[in-house]
Design a protein. Structure first.
Length: 280
């Protein structure tokens, strides 16, 4: 049996391996030196003094951070639900066989998907902020951008379903709407669920942009505390840790949901196989 060939690159020789090791060591040293320099500068500015961390022992500061976390989760949950609705609607519009429906839907989708989410949030606040307030400005900005991204994800999932599924559903007398809602859409959502959850995690992190329009989320409260107590570095470290915890919770939920859907799919396949065996 012949050795596997290298398709993308040639196997490095002794000299190349030595150069790679030297380059890796030098890069690591430069990185450590950069980190040490940054830490030294913060220490020289007094940002690493123990008293800079004392405010986080205050119940009032802990309450403010908790309120910021809840505000971040609130805007993320509402925007996620609305983005899923928008995503399903525009995915169906793009898949429509009628040009008068699919073309305008595609134009709107490409427009909002191409505009940075920060500009969408800022535009919502400038145009409608007096009427809807910072919360809905952030929600609508996140919904417009992430909804269009989710639309493409869902559309790709629907197109990935084997054509035999549609043909079989049509053969038993289901209408087009029933085929989409009962056969294609559930399979597409199940197949694309990891990607959908990953995009919701992105939405959660993008919700931090709400502080630009004075929405009092976690980043807004972190910035306020850091400026009030002159401890920006410790405060942003705490804020980053809280964001990481939130994202880990969402990622853990995604893994649980993916595993659950996988078990359900396996059980359905085994059930169909057993039914077929009994009938035969």
């Amino acid at each position: 049996m012949s050795a596997p060939t290298q398709v993308l690159f040639d196997e490095p020789g002794p000299k190349s391996r030595r150069n790679n090791i030297i380059l890796s060591i030098v890069s690591l040293i430069v990185l450590l030196a950069l980190v040490a320099f940054v830490i030294w500068k913060f220490a020289d500015a007094g940002q690493l003094e123990p008293e800079k961390w004392y405010p986080f022992t205050f119940a009032q500061i802990q309450t403010v951070l908790l309120q910021g976390m809840l505000a971040t989760l609130k805007v993320a949950v509402v925007a996620s639900v609305l983005a899923m609705v928008v995503g399903v609607v525009f995915a169906l519009l793009r898949l429509s066989s009628r040009k008068v429906v699919s073309v305008p839907g595609t134009i709107v989708l490409e427009f909002f998907r191409g505009v940075p989410v920060l500009l969408l949030i800022f535009a919502m606040f400038l145009l409608f902020g007096n009427d809807i307030g910072p919360f809905w400005s952030v929600v609508f900005g996140l919904t417009l951008y992430n909804g269009m991204v989710l639309a493409e994800i869902i559309r790709a999932g629907i197109l990935a379903v084997p054509t035999g599924q549609r043909e079989a559903a049509m053969a038993i007398g289901l209408r087009s709407g029933q085929v989409m809602s009962l056969v294609l859409m559930p399979q597409a959502l199940r197949a694309m669920m990891p990607t959908i959850i990953a995009q919701i995690v992105v939405l959660l992190k993008d919700s931090a942009l709400g502080f630009i329009v004075t929405y009092q989320d976690l980043l807004y409260q972190v910035n306020l505390i850091g400026r009030e107590y002159n401890n920006l570095l410790p405060t942003f470290i705490v804020g980053a840790a809280l964001f990481i915890i939130i994202n880990m919770i969402v990622a853990g939920f995604a893994r649980w949901l993916e595993a659950r859907l996988q078990r359900k799919t396996t059980a359905d396949i085994e059930g169909e196989a057993l039914t077929t065996a009994i009938v035969d």
